[in-house]
Design a binder for this molecule. Structure first.
Ligand code: HEC
Length: 155
């Protein structure tokens, strides 16, 4: 009787081992697929952002201080329409810090993403009290959202 049980046990262990092996292989396949997907999607400089996800970020974080879209007004911070190509510190009627006015920056994908990663580090003395968006995907998404708006607030 003893041999039978041990044979069964061994068969069970064998199946278990095979199962683990298959799981490992699946993980490798998934990891490889992930890398390929990322390589395929990557823009030469940036991944394409998701504007809908960017809108969520805007609503939850930026909207506390900024407005964008039709009829947007300066608030705690300046309105953000037509940001792509706009010179820093130039929203009409907004009282900027000297640091922002003298930054010499023109907002585009590059300058904006650098700024929003850590505003205080990018432009010392800036009065935007915001720690920054430290994830690439957040910066891709918020830029995809913001850059849709023209100077008149339309998309
Ligand atoms: C706590 C308030 C606050 C929050 C939150 C905030 N900002 Fe600001 N932001 C400001 C202020 C104030 C300024 C003006 C800075 C200055 O003059 O030094 C500013 C300036 C800016 C500018 C420069 C605009 C220009 O006209 O040159 C951009 C771009 C900007 N913010 C984007 C964002 C985005 C995107 C978010 C969300 C991820 C955000 N801000 C969150 C307060 C805020």
């Amino acid at each position: 009787m003893g041999w039978k049980r041990s044979k069964l046990t061994r068969a069970g262990e064998w199946r278990l081992e095979k199962g683990k092996e298959a799981m490992k292989q699946m993980r490798i396949v998934f990891a490889a697929a992930g890398v390929l997907a990322m390589a395929g999607l990557a823009h030469p400089a940036y991944a394409a952002g998701d504007a809908a996800a960017g809108e969520q970020i805007f609503e939850h974080t930026c909207h506390l201080c900024h407005q964008i879209g039709p009829g947007a007004k300066n608030f705690v911070g300046p309105e953000l329409n037509g940001l792509n190509g706009r010179k820093a510190g130039t929203a009409a009627g907004y009282d900027y810090s000297d640091a922002m006015k003298k930054s010499g920056i023109t907002w585009n994908e590059d300058t904006f993403k650098k700024y929003i990663t850590n505003p205080q580090a990018d432009i010392p003395g800036v009065k935007m009290i915001f720690a920054g968006l430290d994830k690439h995907s957040q910066r891709d998404n918020i830029w995809a959202y913001l850059s849709q708006f023209k100077a008149d607030g339309s998309k």
